[in-house]
Design a protein around this ligand. Structure first.
Ligand SMILES: Cc1cc2nc3c(=O)[nH]c(=O)nc-3n(C[C@H](O)[C@H](O)[C@H](O)COP(=O)(O)O)c2cc1C
Length: 184
């Protein structure tokens, strides 16, 4: 087990895991839980694939369908959460993010890089979440107009590393990611 003595090293470790998630399809860091607030007061959580990350600008990007319910939730409240649990390294990552939603022509350069077999998941008819008569009573289409890029601007990161003695810390953008240890 790693025993971090320095806050910076602990945060570096977090970003190394996210980098691994981007590169390695088997890493659970690739599949965070993305949590939004909904109008009925219940939080809504779902798995999304990390499409890119930028430590320098503290951003993580996801792709989604403009007709999915998370879009309405984000329109109402762009504050969202990201949660990742990495069992091999016993690390939990929690993030508070503010989401900028990109749709329309601005997404065309991103769309070009989406593999063809993934493109068909943007544009399902009827829209995601619609009640169906039977399980396969829908069609895939490939529709750039239904493609959205969610740019998550990270505001805070909280880390919990399990071990003989757990290690917990939080970091905030407002304090330039300086970090503080927390009691686990
Ligand atoms: C492993 C896995 C990866 C997924 N990746 C994405 C993704 O990258 N983008 C996406 O919109 N939905 C993805 N989904 C589907 C979402 O979890 C969710 O069901 C869908 O986006 C509709 O969510 P909403 O109705 O809450 O908006 C994925 C689901 C799983 C199980």
């Amino acid at each position: 087990m790693k025993a971090f003595q320095k806050l910076d090293n602990f945060l570096d470790f977090c970003w190394a895991q996210i980098s691994r998630g981007k590169a390695d399809k088997k890493s659970p860091a690739r599949y965070p839980t993305f949590v939004t607030s909904t109008l009925n007061g219940f939080p809504s959580a779902r798995t999304l694939v990390i499409r890119s990350y930028d430590r320098k600008n503290n951003q993580i990007e996801f792709h989604t369908d403009t007709a999915s319910s998370k879009m309405l939730a984000l329109e109402d409240n762009p504050h969202a959460g990201i949660h990742i649990w990495l069992p091999k390294v016993q690390l939990q990552i929690q993030m508070e993010v503010i989401v900028e939603v990109k749709v329309g022509d601005i997404t065309i350069p991103y769309w070009r890089d989406v593999p063809s077999k993934s493109k068909v998941t943007y544009g399902t008819i009827p829209s995601p979440g619609t009640v169906l008569e039977s399980p396969f009573a829908y069609d895939y289409t490939s529709n750039q107009k239904r493609f959205a890029v969610l740019v998550c601007d990270i505001q805070a990161i909280q880390l919990l590393l399990l071990g003989d003695k757990h290690i917990r810390a939080h970091y905030k953008k407002t304090t330039n990611w300086q970090g503080e240890w927390l009691s686990p």
